[in-house]
Design a protein around this ligand. Structure first.
Ligand code: BGC
Length: 760
């Protein structure tokens, strides 16, 4: 904050705006520099600080650059979203959000730029480490938890990147060309949930275009959908440098351009007001939202806020451990404290714990797995680097690793994607681990089959080349500053793993849904897979996967029984009894997928609609209830441009992954009444199904026609089932060219108008 006397903070925002000149209003709608808004000292309106985000507070020191190359104030580096998502634990994420809020308060930050909840459309997206899932319910539920925690501390969130920023290639220009249903049901659904449930103080528009229009200047996205439909009350900020045309953006609903435009675009706004091309009311509105944001930040600021570095480090470790996914375990894990172990791989000593780009945090501390393993082990633990910092290897490093592997009974082999391959700003070329690491794996396996592979990666890697040759695989993602301790905790059973995949690990890249349409060409990317994103695709195509969405093992086992589902106005309440059948305490992620028998619309075979994390002591049984919200059952009906719940029999499939369904229940759900308007292009079948037009048409077609002596040719057709079927698909308007029909086109037109509730 500036040291201006904050008189404008005590006044109503509308009064403040009423007192401002056109120039002052325009100035409020763009930043003062990289990270602050402009003050208006004349009226006592201070500036506020917005900073990255999302998994830590990246407060850059003065004179620093934008993209994180420069130094930033030390802050807790919590696990990035790729890991947080895998915890499937909203309560834990809310605690992370709260801790982020505490740190932001301590640094005087008003808005933290996150969370990022874009869908992981392709496993190649360079920024997948910053996103939560390939599924919109997971992204929405967990994104909400982060916003809830952060804002509980009086710090604003910036929900980003709105919308359809699913690749880094050409991100500043590319148009994501998406059909209405996948756009609504997959790419916007998570944003909608967070906005409706949590009212983030700000939403950050993305760099890209959506169906040809820059999101920074799309009135459909920023006003109709975000505000009119979802009820967003906060401020829309541009991604840094996302503004294409300032005046168009402002009219569309973009309230704040970041970072600074050196007054250039402010002057464009003033000129547009003066020459009458911009209605000053639009500028007033944007200025009002900026004043409101500043007021919120200043009123909630806690000048004396501090946080405890050690407590937050401990939280980062707890969260990291809950985020690790045990992909495979033939019984080699957990390790006994006195197990004979060799740790191999530079990543055990020099961890990769976050991705590169604007989210890069300068951590308060940094643990590594090797040291933490040595703390938990009661015997000496040998170490060999195996490969260098950049992932390359040498005969000497390999020889040392092989010697260490030969001398131990269990090898903990740390493999991962080199930092240079995963960053904001570009995508990966493939899903492969470095060749040198895979050669090292072969060399180690040749002398010791008991190899536990521990992975460090921000996006999924192909495991199909070795998954069946090693007894255990631990997916360690990028785990933040305390990840080393968390990995040790899981390996030695201090923590029983409960993380689950929020994205599918395919057998090969070519199997993945967006493979043929990623990253597009000539600044257009067509989302040709439509609704079939992630597991929806692999399931619909019945493709083999290495590890399915939702998969993750525990050191104990769980059984499911007594599933029941009841429908109500709220949705479907699913109950199931889960029992920990092993001899260790543990936690299960109960996943509930839905499908609709004989659905009239295109659907994936199973769609996740709810989940719950349940902690159970060894032997304990508990009834778990998961509510599938009715609005989450809806599909976007393109005929009426509305969410519609289809009526019918719903199957809820409850299980431990998308491909490990343990029990099912069925329930009847009453559908929404939806009536697509009739036209002369409506089929006879559609007219027959219409409550007003239907009986009249049936009477006309099957009843006698006056003056024809009882012989209605249409009657004979309607009586023959196969002829009826043929006729049912016939557009009513086309009947005009057929003689002898029982209705005139004038009558049909009047009937259609009456059925649509219009005057004939
Ligand atoms: C990123 C945003 C980030 C902003 C500010 C942009 O390049 O896309 O996620 O919040 O920079 O650093």
């Amino acid at each position: 904050m500036t040291d201006t006397i904050n008189t404008a903070v005590e006044t109503s925002a509308a009064d403040v705006v009423a007192d401002l000149t056109t120039e002052e209003k325009a100035s409020l709608t763009s930043g003062a520099d990289f990270w602050t808004t402009k003050s208006v000292d004349r009226v006592g309106l201070p500036s506020i600080l917005l900073t990255d985000g999302p998994h830590g507070v990246r407060l850059q020191r003065a004179d620093s650059d934008h993209l994180g190359i420069g130094d930033s104030v030390p802050a807790t580096c919590f696990p990035p979203a790729v890991a947080l998502g895998s915890s499937f634990d909203p309560e834990l994420l809310e605690r992370v959000g709260t801790a982020l809020g505490e740190e932001a308060q301590a640094e005087g930050v008003g808005v933290l730029l996150g969370p990022g909840i874009n869908i992981k459309r392709s496993p190649l997206c360079g920024r997948n480490f910053e996103y939560l899932s390939e599924d919109p319910i997971v992204s929405g539920v967990l994104g909400s938890a982060l916003v809830r925690g952060l804002q509980s501390q009086g710090v604003g969130a910036s929900l980003k990147h709105f919308a359809a920023n699913n690749q880094e290639a050409d991100r500043m220009r590319v148009s994501a060309d998406i059909d209405e249903r996948p756009l609504r049901e997959i790419y916007l659904r998570g944003f909608q949930r967070v906005v409706e449930d949590e009212q983030p103080w700000t939403v950050m528009c993305s760099y890209n275009r959506l169906n040809g229009v820059y999101t920074s200047e799309d009135p459909w996205l920023l006003t109709k959908v975000l505000r009119d439909e979802w009820g967003f009350e906060g401020l829309v900020v541009s991604d840094w440098g996302a503004v294409n045309h300032r005046v168009t953006g402002l009219v569309a609903g973009l309230d704040l351009e970041m970072p600074a435009s050196a007054g250039r675009t402010d002057a464009q706004l003033v000129a547009a007001v003066q020459d009458g091309t911009l209605d000053e009311a639009a500028l007033d509105l944007a200025a009002l939202r900026n004043v409101e944001l500043v007021q919120k930040a200043v009123r909630n600021a806690r000048a004396d806020a501090t946080y405890d570095v050690d407590t937050h480090h401990a939280l980062a470790r707890e969260v990291a451990a809950a985020s690790i996914v045990l992909l495979k375990n033939d019984g080699v894990l957990p390790l006994a404290a006195d197990a004979s172990v060799a740790v191999i791989g530079e990543l055990a000593r020099t961890p990769r714990y976050q991705g590169a780009g604007s989210s890069q945090i300068n951590p308060t501390k940094l643990d590594n797995a090797l040291d933490e393993i040595r703390v938990l082990a009661s015997t000496e633990v040998a170490f060999a680097a195996g490969y260098g910092d950049d992932g390359s290897s040498s005969d000497e490093l390999t020889a040392e690793a092989v010697a260490a592997a030969s001398a131990a009974s269990t090898v903990l082999l740390f493999l991962g994607v080199p930092a240079a391959q995963e960053s904001e700003g570009f995508d990966r070329d493939d899903l492969e681990l470095p060749a040198a690491q895979l050669e090292l794996l072969d060399a180690v396996l040749a002398v010791n089959a008991n190899v536990v592979v521990v992975l460090s990666n921000g996006g999924v890697v192909r495991l199909s080349g070795f998954a069946d040759r090693v007894p255990a695989i631990v997916e360690g993602w990028l785990l933040g500053q305390a990840g080393g301790g968390a990995v040790a905790d899981v390996l030695y059973g201090v923590v029983n793993p409960s993380g689950r995949l929020t994205e599918t690990i395919p057998v090969r890249l070519a199997d993945s849904p967006a493979y043929l349409d990623f990253p597009g060409e000539h600044s257009h990317v067509r989302y040709g897979e439509g609704l079939f994103v992630g597991y929806r695709w692999y399931d619909a195509r019945d493709l083999e996967v290495t590890y399915p969405f939702g998969h993750g093992l525990s050191y104990t086992s769980f059984e499911y029984a007594d599933a029941a589902a009841t429908a109500s106005a709220e949705g479907i309440a699913v109950r199931v009894t889960v029992t920990n059948t092993g001899d260790r305490d543990g936690a299960e992620i109960v996943q509930v997928y839905s499908s609709v028998e004989g659905s009239s619309v295109v659907r994936a075979p199973r769609e996740l609609k709810g989940f719950a994390k349940v902690a159970l002591a060894a032997g304990e049984s508990r009834e778990v209830e998961v509510l599938l919200r009715r609005k989450d059952l809806a599909h976007w009906d393109t005929r009426v441009d509305e969410w519609v719940v289809e009526g019918g029999t719903y199957t809820v499939s409850i299980g431990s992954s998308s491909r490990d369904i343990r029990t099912t229940a069925t329930v009847g759900v009453e559908g929404d009444a939806v009536q697509a308007p009739l036209s002369m292009n409506s089929s006879i079948g559609e007219l027959i199904a219409h409550p007003v037009a239907g009986p009249i048409i049936m009477q006309a077609f099957t009843g006698g026609v006056e003056g024809d002596g009882g012989a209605n040719p249409a009657g004979a057709i309607m009586a023959d089932p196969s002829m009826f079927k043929m006729m049912a698909s016939f557009p009513i308007g086309r009947l005009a060219s057929f003689p002898g029909m029982p209705v005139t086109m004038d009558q049909v037109e009047r009937l259609i108008a009456a059925s649509n509730g219009q005057d004939a």
